[in-house]
Design a protein around this ligand. Structure first.
Ligand code: HEM
Length: 491
């Protein structure tokens, strides 16, 4: 992207005076290449909602790093240029914002919080969220994280001992939900051992509805006559989740009143949020706390469990990498079945590298929808305010890759040394710029805990003949199945 020139040109429309020498006139979005589409409907029929990201990536391979497509007369811009994406992500929240369409749909589902906030509201809430997710908060939570990881180990151990199959994908989801609710609200809802948890069902249901709505060409559920039973059920699920969180907040307040020291040293996210909200002049009310608490659950559950699922899928197909992870787990965990020393998380270098490699090939957020808050120019193309720009994060690293064997799963490439290349520079698994994922530290801690436990105690094998894990777009990218079997590791 011609950053300087474009930045200056975009300022022209804002009326500033420091103009560079005359530049070639800007092109319009209509001049960009892209799929032809049909009259009125545009490319609506090509957009397969469960393969949305792959459709956009395939067009990116066909039409290049900047293209357009239309649906129902609305035109979208798509970029997979790494430098352009880095600039767009950096220029938030003032020049770029999240897609207002995405934000509205999330807010309709009750998740009005940091993810959907913009401008000053976002700045204030970001500070709040950063306080709720500091390494210190996670350190304080670590004994519970160890206990929840031990519960997962025991469940798998008992199932294997009884000769029963393990549904790894289901258990990972339950584990991350228990961890997120545990850290967020200080409650152990134990969805791992209890199949039928209303909160879990509501969260899952709502998440799937939002994913389907995001790729729906028309917001039919806002028209009372067209609203379907599933949409009414989504409203009911959102209300129940809200109610549950109001209860968690009441419990938290009671605990904090009984033990005021918790205000200075919160042991979970909700305590941190409530402490911040109660400070003089904080400007926050309970609605902000509730919205952000729900946001954390939505943002933290599927992202983390799907990342682990993709990693396990790779480990099943790459026994040498799995063996390297097991050797490391033996050394770091020593006699323990589950890591019980917070500081040792930093010693799990191979597990860390394998996670990054899985996120490089199977990022759970391979695209991001942004919206121009004011007019900008991208590579000589005028992009008016309000335009939606899809950033293809995975394709950008694929296009820009100078890596050896880029399609291969090679955790070693992250362990330094090899030519001094830094694969991280080329990827955005946690986003980038001022809105990068604030849960990154928690996510990596959780993944390393569960994956070191897995490597220490179990062997993962592919199930011969089972259909492979396919990428399914459900807001995050979920594997359609996890065709692996666990067996206990002997010696
Ligand atoms: C492997 C796990 C995770 C992945 C891959 C991931 C990825 C992402 C990505 C790509 C974004 C958008 C960043 C951007 O706009 O630049 C994001 C934002 C966010 N994530 Fe995560 N995330 C993960 C786990 C978590 C966890 C565990 C939490 C909290 C409990 C969390 C909370 C959030 C929030 C609140 C935002 C919105 C930040 C903002 O708009 O300022 N995430 N995440």
């Amino acid at each position: 992207m011609e950053q300087g020139r474009n930045a200056a040109q975009s300022r022209v429309s804002g009326g500033l005076h420091l103009l560079p020498p005359p530049a070639p006139p800007l092109r319009s979005i209509a001049q960009l290449p892209g799929p032809k589409g049909r009259p009125i409907m545009g490319s609506a029929r090509e957009i397969n909602s469960t393969r949305f990201h792959q459709v956009l990536e395939n067009w990116g391979r066909q039409f290049g790093p900047l293209y357009k497509f239309s649906i129902l007369r609305r035109t979208f811009v798509v970029t997979s240029d790494r430098d352009v994406i880095a600039t767009l992500l950096r220029d938030r929240p003032d020049v770029m914002r999240r897609s207002s369409r995405t934000s509205r749909m999330l807010e309709e589902a009750g998740t009005k919080g940091l993810f959907t906030a913009e401008g000053e509201e976002w700045r204030r809430e970001r500070k709040l969220a950063m306080r709720a997710l500091t390494p210190e908060v996670i350190h304080n939570f670590f004994p519970k994280l160890t206990a929840l990881t031990e519960r997962l180990r025991r469940r798998w151990h008992d199932a294997i001992a009884a000769g029963q199959p393990v549904d790894v994908l289901r258990d990972l989801k339950a584990y991350t939900l228990d961890v997120t609710i545990g850290l967020a609200f200080g409650h152990d809802i134990d969805t791992l051992e209890h199949e039928d948890n209303q909160l879990q069902r509501d969260i899952e249901f709502l998440f799937n509805r939002v994913a389907r709505r995001l790729t729906s060409p028309f917001a039919y559920w806002r028209v009372p006559l067209l609203k379907r039973a599933v949409d009414r059920e989504a409203d009911a699920a959102a209300a129940r989740i809200q109610q549950a969180i109001v209860g968690f907040i009441a419990d938290t307040r009671r605990r904090m009143d009984a033990n005021p020291a918790l205000r200075g040293k919160p042991t979970n996210m909700l305590e941190a949020l409530v402490a911040a909200r109660d400070e003089d002049g904080s400007g926050f009310n309970d609605a902000v706390v509730i919205g952000n608490a729900i946001t954390m659950v939505f943002a933290g559950e599927d992202t983390t469990s799907n990342t682990m699922a993709w990693l396990i899928d790779f480990l099943a197909a790459h026994p040498a990498a799995a063996a390297a992870m097991a050797t490391e787990a033996d050394a770091v965990l020593a006699g323990a079945a589950v890591l019980d020393d917070y500081h040792l998380l930093d010693h799990l270098h191979y597990a860390d590298a394998a996670t990054r490699e899985a996120m490089r090939l199977k990022p759970v957020a391979p695209l991001m929808a942004l919206e121009a808050a004011s007019e900008i120019a991208i590579d000589g193309v005028r992009v008016p305010a309000g335009s939606i720009i899809f950033c293809l994060l995975r394709l950008s690293s694929e296009r820009d890759s100078a890596l050896e064997r880029p399609a291969s799963f090679l955790p070693e490439r992250w362990l330094g040394g090899a030519g001094g290349d830094d694969p991280g520079r080329k990827m955005f698994p946690f986003g980038a710029g001022p809105r990068f994922c604030p849960g990154r530290y928690l996510a990596m801690a959780e993944i390393k805990m569960a994956m070191s436990m897995l490597a220490k105690n179990f062997v993962v094998e592919p199930i011969a003949g089972a259909p492979p894990a396919e990428e399914t777009f459900t807001f995050t990218v979920t594997p359609s199945a996890l065709p692996v079997r666990l067996r206990a590791r002997t010696a």
